[in-house]
Write a protein that binds this ligand. Structure first.
Ligand code: CLF
Ligand code: SF4
Length: 504
């Protein structure tokens, strides 16, 4: 293909010119996403995947009613099932449509944040159209205020867009890893098509054509489409900006660039052949490059196909079939309504606090920025103890605002009242590019280790809204930089993305 696939990803990517209106002064490689039209803003406002802000307040659940798949991806092995695993395609139990409804109602009773019911596998929802559509019909009738969502590889999508629209499904995700069959044949060994198995470039070409046709048809029907791409170093990473351009031109709403998860014990082709996922630096380089043309999603948690709860949580085990009541629960829409009203109040206060914090940054150098980690367990505030956090959310702060960059999975440092030193080492590595970590509380020992590693532990903003907290800390930091007391830094990481999670 005339390009060096063994060079580091960042050096192979086309250089994105900073847009004239880039609010991160060119550092992000992309323009400010345009304001959303009101009807689109309303559709994404409470969807935890389509809105980064919403993911603090709203939950999704997946119902695993779709076992079969019509293609094979080199990163997938649906036979592997581990309760600690967190990859799409992996589930603990498969459900019939009526079991799925019972589970939705049970979750709705216990999780007022529930806003979206999605079907994401463990195979492809549209390779199982009977159970998929029956489930969505049942959920729509029982709890019409819950949003319906599905995620597909796109092969069968053009055949089902009308049915999806008729059911009122508002959000569809299509996984598009390539538009070039030469790239695609290295990702897909086969696709099943009209009773035959296509292989090689023919398979990839057909898959790509069907995906792009499906995305265009979703737009015609006014259905929001998110495109997911798995970043596979040396295979499709340098090609993904082209994918981004194509799918956005066809009307996709956002592009979610996810790291390949690959390990020999997963039993996948990539796992067994040593194909590595991207490092954090490589992933961020691809995301920054695509941001030139797309609204890039950065807060994906690569959920299991039976995930339940806020993104980053998985409460699926609480709602296993064996724990469901014999009779389906009654729906409780009033509880969800009350939660939504509460979120609106929290949002108004958070926006006011953010604007006040921003106004105090007026004199800071426009090109100053810093990465700040936040410990939160939802609700949009700094409310998690350092030792209990199983992930940190990382923001880039600048005088223009606080921008979500990524989450970092970690092991919980405090286990049974004792601090685990090896876990703390991994946390320090995971946050090595951060200047500070904002937490509700932190113990004496980790506080000292964080400070020694150059990461300021901060409890001053406990229970304050996240963006305002990040910006308030940044204001103090900017003053210290101006006085020469500290230096801004953004060290790169060469660890495989997600390797921190291995300590969990
Ligand atoms: Fe599920 Fe996907 Fe709908 Fe979200 S997940 S079907 S759009 S409700 Fe979300 Fe999970 Fe990432 Fe998917 S965090 S894997 S993007
Ligand atoms: Fe697995 Fe999904 Fe690929 Fe099918 S489309 S092989 S379920 S990852």
């Amino acid at each position: 293909m005339g390009r060096d696939l063994h060079a580091p990803a960042a050096s192979r990517l086309p250089v994105a010119s900073p847009a004239a209106n880039c609010r991160f002064q060119g550092g992000c490689g992309g323009p400010v996403p345009p304001e959303l039209p009101d009807d689109v803003a309303a559709k994404v406002k409470n969807h935890p995947c389509y809105s980064e802000e919403a993911h603090h307040h709203f939950a999704r659940m997946h119902v695993a009613v779709a076992p079969a798949c019509n293609i094979q991806c080199h990163y997938c092995n649906r036979k592997y099932d581990c309760a600690n695993e967190s990859r799409p395609g992996v589930v603990s139990e498969r459900l019939s449509p009526s079991q799925a409804l019972a589970k939705v109602l049970a979750v709705a009773k216990e999780v007022p944040e529930l806003a979206v019911v999605g079907i994401a596998g463990p195979g492809d929802p549209l390779a199982n159209p009977g159970p998929t559509f029956e489930t969505m019909e049942l959920v729509k009738r029982a709890a019409p205020d819950l949003q319906l969502c599905l995620s597909t590889n796109g092969l069968a999508l053009p055949d089902h867009v009308d049915g999806i629209a008729a059911l009122g499904v508002g959000h569809v995700t299509v996984t598009v890893n390539m538009t070039d069959p030469e790239v695609g044949e290295r990702i897909y060994p086969w696709v099943a098509w009209k009773g035959r198995r296509l292989v090689g470039r023919d398979a990839a070409k057909l898959l790509s054509e069907r995906q792009l046709e499906g995305i265009a048809r979703l737009r015609e029907k006014g259905i929001l489409c998110k495109v997911n791409s798995v970043v596979i170093p040396g295979v499709n990473d340098a090609h993904l900006p082209e994918v981004s351009r194509r799918v956005m031109a066809l009307g996709a709403f956002t592009h979610n660039l996810m790291p390949l998860i690959s390990a020999p014990e997963h039993g996948t082709f990539y796992g067994c052949t040593g194909q590595a996922g991207p490092t954090r630096e490589e992933l961020e380089a691809v995301q920054a490059c695509c941001e030139g043309t797309a609204r890039v999603m950065r807060h994906c948690r690569q959920c299991r196909a039976d995930a339940v709860g806020l993104l980053g949580q998985d409460r699926n085990a609480e709602f296993a079939l064996s724990r469901l009541p014999p009779e389906p629960a009654q729906d409780v829409p009033d509880v969800r309504r009350a939660h939504r009203a509460g979120v609106e109040r929290v949002r108004a206060l958070a926006a006011q606090a953010r604007d006040e914090a921003l106004s105090r940054l007026a004199g800071a150098p426009p090109d100053l920025r810093a990465r700040v980690a936040v410990a939160t367990k939802g609700g949009g505030t700094v409310n998690e103890h350092f030792g209990h956090a199983r992930e940190f959310q990382v923001y880039e702060a600048s005088p223009s605002g606080a921008r979500f960059l990524s989450h970092r999975k970690v092991g919980s440092y405090c286990q049974g009242g004792e601090g685990e030193e090896d876990v703390l080492d991994a946390v320090l590595r995971a946050l090595s590019d951060c200047q500070a970590v904002l937490v509700a509380r932190v113990g004496h020992c980790p506080k000292g280790r964080l400070a020694a590693a150059g990461i300021e532990p901060v409890t001053e903003f406990a229970h304050q809204p996240v963006e305002a907290a990040v910006l308030s800390w940044f204001g103090t930091f900017a003053g210290c930089v101006a006085r020469g007391e500290v230096r801004a830094r953004t060290p790169a990481s060469s660890e495989p993305f997600g390797s921190e999670a291995q300590v969990a």
